[in-house]
Design a protein around this ligand. Structure first.
Ligand SMILES: [Zn+2]
Ligand SMILES: [Zn+2]
Length: 468
């Protein structure tokens, strides 16, 4: 994306006038120059199109006139239906306007209404999204935004004159969503809103209040697109959730995964890190994993998700531009990594694969290109397995020759080339001490939390006279 293109790309604004009304005493003709000014401050000078949604029967005529005189499109929606109709328009707009076109949403409902579906859309095609609200979302959004403003701040701090607006002469447009018709003049629009026909249509029209998800029907397990077909694949495998089944030959893990990838057309180089409590993993498994080039990482249950997060972070840093596929084998991908993974997938050109020991009850906010049940991923039929081993054995044997998997202790941040050294480390005093430090630390922070909670609920208790 050229820097210049991005600077002058068009900007579309969807504005919920109920959530973010024109403040009292403010000339509505200032809305457009205020928004344009806010974008100019960020260095963006592209043409801005603004659509104002709301129950326009309730909007004073002078306000509608002021908006339309500055080229703001005015859309009438029944109250309660604004979000769903705005979203439909956004989705349709995205079809016709690829990035670097930019999107701005002025609404307080992004967290409650748009968040999930929009975050998924963004993982497929990522637009720069800007947000303004009169009430800040009470939790972090899955949708990654480039900039957020308080609505009043945009409108009240911009000093530019209404007449400075670049598109003051733009043709105005009025639209009634209930009747699916447009009007060129304010007079005929207002007349329409007061007709019987319109009133009838508002009652008859099917309910538009629920946001229509456009991503929930997206299929799973797509064939690889050309740019990902030979791209590298990295696998973070949580063995606590998805262990090696009893009696399973651990040497089959890599060819089973590679076979499943190949079935979908992915043949890029695969690297795998297996996280678990390797003091308890049988040594022949560790040997087998390492002999097929799988890295083994010891991480206690307390730290495993944190260490996987850190490693994903480092991997992202090392793979900034290339298309690449990430695979997470875990039952908690959605929950344990939700604070950064949806954003990471919106920022980068990565594919995501998931595997889990049971199918999640709800669809994830993470958009995947393929998902598997762990057991079925490993249960390759005998004939296919024979095929796979034959196909993969060449590469596997080469791999054994040139690089076997490393052994990491993610508690002490130490690396080992040999299993013996690794096992010796895991039973060392130094390792035990580091493990204890972690559990002590967690215990003390839990105690502290307990202390504050108890103090909050039982403020008179004697035990709280002393500090913890
Ligand atoms: Zn109508
Ligand atoms: Zn250690």
């Amino acid at each position: 994306m050229g820097g210049n293109d991005a600077k002058t790309a068009k900007i579309a604004v969807w504005w919920d006038m109920f959530d973010c009304p024109v403040p009292e005493g403010i000339d509505a003709r200032k809305v457009r120059p205020s928004l344009e000014g806010a974008f100019k401050e960020l260095g963006y000078t592209g043409p801005v199109s603004i659509t104002a949604y709301g129950d326009q029967k309730q909007t004073p005529e002078h306000l509608l006139r002021a908006l339309s005189s500055t080229g703001v499109a005015v859309v009438h929606t029944r109250s309660g239906c604004t979000c769903a109709l705005m979203y439909k328009d956004m989705v349709a707009w995205r079809e016709d306007n690829p990035p670097p076109a930019k999107m701005m949403i002025i609404s307080n409902q992004v967290l409650d209404v748009f968040n999930w579906d929009l975050a998924r859309l963004q993982q497929r095609t990522s637009y720069d999204i800007y947000l303004a609200y009169s009430v800040q979302p009470r939790a972090a959004l899955f949708v990654r935004t480039r900039h957020e403003w308080l609505w009043d701040k945009i409108i009240l701090t911009n000093t530019s004159n209404a007449s400075e607006s670049s598109s003051a002469a733009a043709k105005s447009k009025f639209y009634c969503k209930s009747c699916s018709l447009d009007r060129q003049s304010l007079k005929s629009f207002r007349k329409h809103l007061s007709t019987k026909k319109h009133a009838k249509q508002e009652i008859l029209r099917p309910d538009d209040s629920q946001l229509q998800s456009v991503t929930s029907k997206w299929g799973k397990n797509y064939a690889a697109t050309p740019e990902f077909a030979t791209a590298k694949i990295h696998v973070w495998w949580d063995m606590y959730d998805c262990p090696i089944p009893d009696g399973y030959d651990a040497r089959r893990i890599r060819p089973s995964l590679e076979g499943a990838f190949k079935e979908l057309g992915y043949s890029g180089p695969v690297s795998i890190t297996a996280y678990g409590d390797h003091k308890k993993t049988p040594q022949h498994h560790l040997q087998a994993l390492s002999s097929t080039g799988i890295d083994v990482a010891h991480a206690t249950l307390e730290v495993v998700n944190g260490r996987i997060s850190d490693d994903i972070d480092e991997w992202e840093y090392n793979n900034p531009t290339a298309p690449a596929t990430m695979m997470i084998i875990s039952d908690e991908a959605d929950y344990a990594f939700s604070d950064f993974l949806p954003h990471l997938l919106q920022e980068n050109k990565y594919n995501l694969f998931l595997a889990y020991s049971f199918r999640p009850r709800e669809m994830s906010v993470l958009v995947t290109s393929a998902e598997w049940l762990w057991d079925s991923l490993l249960a390759v039929s005998e004939t296919r397995r024979h095929d796979l081993l034959r196909k993969c054995s060449g590469s596997s044997i080469e791999r054994v020759g040139e690089s076997t998997g490393m052994f990491y202790c993610k508690v002490c941040y130490s690396d080992f080339k040999l299993l013996d050294e690794f096992m010796k480390h895991l039973s060392s005093k130094k390792h035990a001490l580091n493990c204890k430090r972690i559990t002590d630390h967690i215990e003390s922070s839990e105690n502290l939390q307990l202390y504050w909670e108890e103090k909050h609920h039982f403020p008179e208790s004697k035990r709280f006279k002393k500090a913890p």
